[in-house]
Design a protein around this ligand. Structure first.
Ligand SMILES: NC(=O)c1ccc[n+]([C@@H]2O[C@H](COP(=O)([O-])OP(=O)(O)OC[C@H]3O[C@@H](n4cnc5c(N)ncnc54)[C@H](O)[C@@H]3O)[C@@H](O)[C@H]2O)c1
Ligand SMILES: [Zn+2]
Length: 372
């Protein structure tokens, strides 16, 4: 999709996510215009971004588009902006500015912008193309790939949305230089999850060298290593979502740590970041798997050591009781009647339930024990 510029093409890693490419390379932000024009040509480009990211990077994206072809639409930064009201605000703005069917949305920001702008694209004029330009580690390796879009409601996260695959995803690791360390750690939790579910060697390498990603002293970060992490994680996420776009089977493995994690995140009133909650969730779910005789003993300790080394929490926060965590998980949209099902590892790098759709039912009693 990057056209005829052979030098630039070779500078970027390209991963096929099933009908669209994920491009990874330092400096790609300045080429986003060309990439968007090639992957999703349109009369006008709507750059949707947030109040933190827009001032930093919107001009670089706009510069390479035909003068007058693009406009920037800015939402407030943070999860609380991922609502139907913001969706309405942006779609009304697009209509007021005369944007029509021949529009491509460019989602420039973290997962909040990606989900919100993706949902705008899924619904505006019954659907227009979107190009994802993720600017957080989490959005690069997770949120921007797989086509899930949507908004939160007072009843819970991501409850209204649509599947709407992007035409292209552009990951420029250089933009991570302005991201704060807790946010990098949150992304790293998902990268460690990718290793835990699919690639033991990747997990071990990442556990060993997590400081190269999250060192607060940003000059000592290793950009080549970070680019490699993005590449490997994108490969894993892309392969899984390509195989199972609608989450009927193997895509459920990506939920490792998330059944417990979502509940803890919600009960913390979002004072825990998503990646922090997932870190705790992975350790507790693996521990429950060990008690059920599914997970190799020691797996939860290996996970905990790696996560702690990366500066992530690994024990349940003191506030919510184990019963409250279970009750919250039962309220989660993924819960069906009967025993709660989880994504459970057999060992680091391999998940249980390959013949039964990767949803492993565990007795509440086991989960209560590990939560206690
Ligand atoms: N669609 C999916 O498959 C999927 C998967 C995982 C997560 N998500 C969603 O992603 C969201 C979380 O995404 P997130 O962690 O990226 O959070 P976010 O989008 O809120 O970004 C975190 C913060 O970092 C700022 N920021 C972003 N990029 C920056 C940069 N380069 N420099 C400086 N500041 C920057 C943002 O303005 C924000 O304040 C959640 O809403 C979650 O539901 C979706
Ligand atoms: Zn997640």
């Amino acid at each position: 999709v990057v056209g005829t510029d052979a030098a630039a093409t070779t500078a970027a890693n390209v991963v096929d996510a099933g009908g669209y490419d994920v491009l990874i390379g330092a400096g790609l932000l300045a080429r986003t215009g060309d990439i968007a024009v090639a992957a999703a040509p349109a009369h006008r480009y709507a750059i949707v971004t947030d109040a933190h990211v827009g001032p930093l990077y919107a001009a670089a994206v706009q510069r390479v588009l035909r003068p007058g072809a693009s406009e920037v639409f800015t939402i407030a930064a943070g999860e609380h902006a991922k609502t139907r009201e913001t969706w309405q605000f942006i779609t009304d703005q697009l209509l007021a500015r005369g944007f029509g069917r021949d529009t491509t949305v460019l989602a420039l920001g973290g997962g909040v912008v990606g989900d919100l702008a993706g949902f705008v694209a899924a619904t505006f004029m019954r659907g227009v193309p979107v190009v994802q330009i993720p600017t957080t580690l989490l959005a690069m390796i997770d949120a921007s790939i797989g086509g899930k879009t949507g908004v939160d409601t007072p009843a819970g996260k991501n409850l209204v949305g649509a599947f709407h695959a992007p035409r292209a995803v552009v990951c420029d690791p250089q933009v991570l230089a302005t991201l704060d360390v807790p946010q990098l750690r949150s992304g790293l939790a998902e990268a460690l999850k990718h290793g835990a579910i699919a690639d033991r060697a990747y997990f071990l390498a990442l556990a060993e060298r997590s400081a190269a990603v999250v060192d607060p002293d940003s000059p000592s970060r290793d950009n080549a290593f970070i680019t490699g992490v993005i590449h490997r994680s994108v490969q894993i996420k892309a392969r899984v979502t390509r195989e199972d776009p609608r989450e009927q089977g193997v895509r459920k493995t990506l939920n490792f740590g998330h059944t417990v994690g979502h509940a803890i995140e919600l009960l913390s009133g979002f004072s825990l970041r998503h990646g922090e909650a997932v870190a705790i969730g992975m350790v507790l779910e693996a521990r429950a798997g060990e008690r059920a005789g599914i997970t190799e003993p020691g797996t939860s300790d290996t996970l905990a050591a790696a996560l702690e080394r990366a500066g992530l929490p690994v024990v349940r926060p003191a506030g919510p009781t184990p019963d409250a965590v279970i009750a919250t998980m039962r309220g989660d949209k993924k819960a069906r009647g009967g025993a709660l099902a989880y994504a459970i590892p057999i060992r680091i790098g391999e998940m249980a339930g390959a013949t039964t759709g990767f949803a492993v039912p565990l007795d509440d009693r086991l989960m209560l024990e590990v939560l206690a």
